[in-house]
Ligand binder design. Structure first.
Ligand SMILES: [Zn+2]
Length: 80
């Protein structure tokens, strides 16, 4: 794998758990999951499997937020 950030090649990448932001339907959601991280510069990318895991986490968190937000929106709608 080639690092797009520092152009490092070969076995520069290690599997590392990271917490990072995901954009989903206009929301910024923090997820924690395994990534392929460059040992030299810290840039990371995800394999297809890692991406799927993160996507599931993102969708779960998004659904949770929508539920949590619902009563607030209703209250706001009644204001004024
Ligand atoms: Zn790098």
């Amino acid at each position: 794998m080639v690092c797009l950030c520092c152009d490092g090649e070969g076995d520069n990448f290690e599997t590392k758990v990271q917490t990072f932001e995901q954009r989903f339907k206009g929301e910024t959601i923090m997820v924690t999951g395994e990534t392929q991280t460059c040992k030299k510069c810290g840039w990371f990318t995800l394999t297809v499997d890692q991406l799927n895991t993160v996507l599931q986490q993102t969708k779960r968190e998004y659904a949770k937020r929508q539920l949590a937000r619902l009563p607030v929106d209703l209250r706001r709608g009644q204001k004024g």
